[in-house]
Design a binder for this molecule. Structure first.
Ligand code: BES
Ligand code: ZN
Ligand code: ZN
Length: 502
């Protein structure tokens, strides 16, 4: 990841490959910013080269500096109309500038933040939030999963550092706070993306557990891993059954961050950790099956969020629970028609072995009760139906508690990892009734995201709970402002934003 730094310096004396100056498209401020720049650069800049700078969001132009500057260029980056500037616009602007520098094969950039602090750009965000957003955009926008390239040229020539330039001691401190938070959060998102993008061959339950252990312990969490024997002895029948078809045994990962008072009840985060989902005996069609290496994206979000929460020393107690298994077809796999027993003793008729996520999550939701949680939030790439309903721009949300639902909605808007509520009306419950067991693991043709949510609700005990179906938002088909095709790492920023607000 790009190194993020803060410096107190005069703009012309900053040593970098490119300075970055943000400019809005409002006529008056746009012109005034250009005039100021013209003065700073002297006559060497033809007025016309600045005339072309529109200030439209996403627009970048490069101008070259005179000898009075240590840096040779300035990337002028548009941020649109000041009345529309939000933290999301700034993330995108940070990403645009960093990606422009990357395409010029530069290795360092330095953001000039003065105009956000001297009254030139007036809008409703603190300098700390401005710095955090730009830094997040710059680091997340330049992510690339390059583990498997043998040609190291692919990784060379990448942008290495971004500096944030303060103009006063006071602003330096504020900017530094924002940039440090962005650093901790981006590192966690990188981890979640890497976990998701790693092929199933190399990312299996035991491996997922060892990465969680390594990364979260380093940040200050306590991590405990249950092996297959322990999972069986706890009667976690969902996890045991789903992993029966695989050569690779399941794991149950418990990550704890105790930043709050000893007596305070924890928030519990549960993440679906299917390291590869073939569908099992109800096997999936081969087209795009490779994307199912990302069926552990809920787990990745929880691991990332725990790491970030610990790095940021959030003053709350949090427990991360990850049921991890591989869903494979084989002579030892569970079959459609089988009846299994979840940890709380309830029986499930397995009508379709591809509806496996809900069965491993059921054990985790029952186990969560042990912590007497303040609230439980689960994240899972649970249903294709959720992708059909919401596409890639909103996570499906269901739950039993208005306060947690509202808080997650607000955190979603702020982080731009937006969530949208689907109803858990009682009428949907009958769709998962079984003739021979307490519940069936699939509903009919309709409302697939909701019947999956209802299945989980059957195993939720008397604690506030929200389920987030990230099937569409965790797995992306296209590059966008600061996300790339593949694993998005969704959930990390949402959860941290939420946990900071509680
Ligand atoms: N992991 C899939 C859901 C999924 C689909 C995630 C597409 C991301 C993209 C899940 O285990 C699954 O297979 N669900 C089935 C449920 C069905 C059998 C009721 C589905 O959505 O088709
Ligand atoms: Zn499945
Ligand atoms: Zn799955």
């Amino acid at each position: 990841m790009i190194t993020l730094k803060t410096e107190l310096k005069d703009v012309p004396s900053v040593k970098t490959d490119a300075l970055v100056l943000f400019i809005p498209s409002d006529d008056k401020i746009n012109k005034a910013t250009k005039r100021k720049l013209q003065t700073l650069l002297g006559k060497s800049i033809a007025k016309t080269s600045l005339d072309d700078v529109s200030g439209e969001a996403g627009d970048t132009s490069v101008v070259y500096t005179p000898d009075t500057f240590t840096s040779r260029r300035i990337i002028i980056t548009g941020i649109g109309k000041t009345k529309n500037i939000t933290v999301e616009e700034l993330r995108r602007a940070g990403a645009s500038a960093a990606k422009k520098a990357q395409s010029l094969k530069l290795s360092s950039i330095a953001f000039i933040l003065e105009d956000f602090d001297n009254g030139t750009l007036e809008f409703n965000e603190s300098l700390e939030n401005v710095s955090q957003a730009i830094a997040e955009g710059a680091s997340l926008g330049t992510y690339k999963f390059s583990t498997y390239f043998s040609d190291k040229e692919q990784t060379k020539n990448r942008i290495k550092s971004a500096s944030f330039i303060a103009h006063s001691k006071k602003s330096l401190k504020i900017i530094d706070t924002g940039v440090k938070q962005a650093g901790a959060i981006s590192e966690a998102v990188y981890l979640a993306r890497d976990l998701g993008n790693t092929p199933g061959l190399d990312m299996y339950p035991k491996k997922l557990a060892s990465v969680a252990q390594q990364e979260c312990r380093k940040a200050g969490c306590k991590v405990t891993v249950f092996d297959e024997q322990k999972i069986k002895s706890l009667k976690m029948g969902g996890i045991t059954s789903v992993s029966k078809g695989s050569e690779r045994p399941p794991r149950f990962i418990v990550i704890e961050w105790n930043g709050g008072k000893r007596t305070e009840k924890p928030y519990v985060l549960v993440g679906k950790g299917i390291t590869f989902d073939t569908g099992g005996i109800s096997i999936k069609p081969s087209a795009n099956m490779g994307a199912m290496k990302m069926d552990m994206s809920g787990a990745a979000a929880v691991i990332g969020a725990m790491k970030a929460a610990a790095t940021l020393h959030l003053p709350v107690n949090i427990v991360g629970l990850i049921p991890a298994a591989e869903n494979m077809p084989s002579g030892s796999a569970i079959r459609p028609g089988d009846v299994i027993r979840i940890m709380d003793g309830k029986t499930v008729e397995v009508d379709n072995t591809d509806a496996e996520g809900r069965m491993i999550l059921a054990d985790a939701l029952v186990y969560a009760k042990r912590y007497n949680p303040k609230a439980v939030v689960d994240l899972a790439t649970l249903t294709g139906a959720c992708v059909v309903a919401l596409g890639h721009y909103a996570t499906g949300m269901m739950g039993n508690d208005e306060n947690v639902i509202d808080a997650l909605k607000a955190a979603g808007d702020r982080s731009y990892e937006r969530v949208w509520e689907l109803p858990l009306y009682e009428e949907y419950e009958k769709l998962i009734k079984s003739d021979i067991a307490d519940v069936k693991n699939i509903g009919g043709r309709w409302a697939g995201a909701i019947t999956a949510g209802w299945f989980l609700k059957k195993f939720v005990e008397d604690y506030p709970w929200v389920h987030l179906d990230i099937a569409g938002t965790a797995i992306l088909e296209e590059n966008s402002h600061y996300t790339q095709r593949g694993a998005s790492g969704v959930g990390v920023r949402l959860l941290i934003e939420w946990l900071r607000s509680v």
